[in-house]
Design a protein around this ligand. Structure first.
Ligand SMILES: [Zn+2]
Length: 143
């Protein structure tokens, strides 16, 4: 009987939860050394899509019970005004650290890294950033 309960355990499916949230922020930027209009200072209403997934539910800084993948407030930090620690109404070239260019690809990477710092290791992230209605850049990283 022990053997059969063990094989039941092995066949049990791994649960997974996934949260998605979208928000926008307004920011100015220019792409350094870019040969074209994107090399001049201009602005976008950036759209950001954050996906967070986990195979178990966790407590968060706002809720002590293991009942969430993450709190939406944590996932949406970048929507806040730059003076409150977000990215809204900032100049991305001033806010993003050295080593990052302000392409959609690297903005997605930057938001990924800053969001990951706020979450337990068990939470997997995928970040997508859009500068225009027709295009998205996605970033995720394996351990
Ligand atoms: Zn641009």
């Amino acid at each position: 009987m022990l053997g059969s309960s063990k094989s039941f355990w092995l066949l049990k499916k791994m649960p997974k939860w996934k949260l998605s949230t979208e928000f926008s922020f307004d920011a100015a930027h220019f792409i350094r050394d870019y040969d074209g209009p994107c090399g001049r200072m201009h602005g976008h209403t950036y759209r950001v899509r954050v996906e967070a997934s986990a195979t178990k539910l966790l407590p968060t800084e706002y809720c002590p019970h293991p009942a969430m993948v993450a709190d939406y407030r944590t996932l949406r930090w970048a929507k806040k005004d730059v003076l409150q620690g977000g990215l809204d109404h900032c100049v991305l070239n001033d806010v993003m650290p050295e080593g990052y260019e302000t392409t959609a690809e690297m903005i997605a990477q930057y938001i990924y890294e800053k969001t990951a710092e706020r979450l337990p290791k068990e939470v997997k992230l995928k970040i997508a950033v859009s500068e225009t209605p027709n295009s998205w850049a996605e970033y995720e990283a394996d351990d």
